[in-house]
Design a protein around this ligand. Structure first.
Ligand code: F6R
Length: 241
């Protein structure tokens, strides 16, 4: 595992974006696995800047997002499809047909999970999966539990995740209780994983990620088994290393 510790959020965003850029420049039709949340916003801003100022093209790039809430329309500004359009897709020359986010409005969520896993399988691998990490060690919405899902599945969010995500909603009761998330196996099949994190809140989860032990109580700890993982984290997030 490669660990890059940077000073602050700005440096984290620039470093991670430059790694994503090198993948896109090397393979114009690469597959990017993408997260939402507050951490990757700076990475997306930097990629948009590279597109506008340095000719980075997304024309043939394909994307798959990690997760989506159940029950939010695409037009809801808290849906992850809305987030991706707003922070990246509408600001670069990507073909929206090449972007994939699970559809949390489908009546049959299990069928949607299967369809989504199939979409990813047909892509011949995610070239780089960008990840954030939850305060509780979740990746995607794979929450700490006795068992973890291998493939894309319907997940019930833990109380601490609902609490953490309530900052984006008017009140806590509006936070959806369920989501569709890539499974741990879906994530681990990515050819390369790039995890970004900043701030003290993430220090404990990151410590578990480099502990040398794997536990379903910290889903991210399984990344220790992947052969190509880079962490780009700021000093606060690395404070327990
Ligand atoms: C989002 C996702 C989550 C977030 C995590 C951290 O698509 O899959 O695992 O990466 O909850 O969120 P932030 O970046 O808001 O701290």
């Amino acid at each position: 595992m490669e660990i890059i510790i940077v000073k602050n959020y700005n440096e984290m965003s620039k470093k991670a974006a430059s790694i994503m850029e090198s993948v896109i420049r090397e393979k114009e039709d690469c597959v990017l696995g993408l997260p939402t949340g507050s951490t990757p916003i700076g990475v997306y801003e930097e990629l948009v800047r590279m597109h506008k100022e340095e000719g980075l093209s997304f024309e043939k790039v394909r994307t798959v997002n990690l997760d989506e809430y159940v029950g939010l329309e695409e037009s809801n500004d808290q849906s992850y499809r809305y987030f991706m359009n707003n922070n990246l897709f509408d600001k670069v020359n990507i073909d929206k047909k090449n972007t994939n986010v699970p559809n949390g409005m489908k009546e049959d969520i299990h069928a949607e999970c299967e369809r989504y896993e199939e979409v990813i399988n047909k892509m011949d691998g995610i070239d780089i999966q960008l990840l954030g990490i939850g305060n509780n060690g979740h990746i995607g919405f794979n929450e700490p539990d006795e068992e973890l899902n291998v493939n894309t599945s319907l997940v019930v969010l833990k109380e601490d995740t609902i609490e953490a995500n309530s900052r984006f909603f008017k009140n806590r009761s509006e936070v959806p209780k369920e989501a569709i998330s890539m499974g741990i196996g879906t994530i681990m099949r990515a050819k390369r994983i790039l995890l970004v994190a900043n701030g003290k809140n993430k220090a404990k989860a990151l410590h578990a990620l480099i502990s040398g032990k794997i536990t379903t109580n910290n889903p991210a700890s399984i990344l220790q088994l992947h052969s190509n993982v880079t962490l780009v984290i700021d000093e606060e997030a690395a404070s327990l290393f």
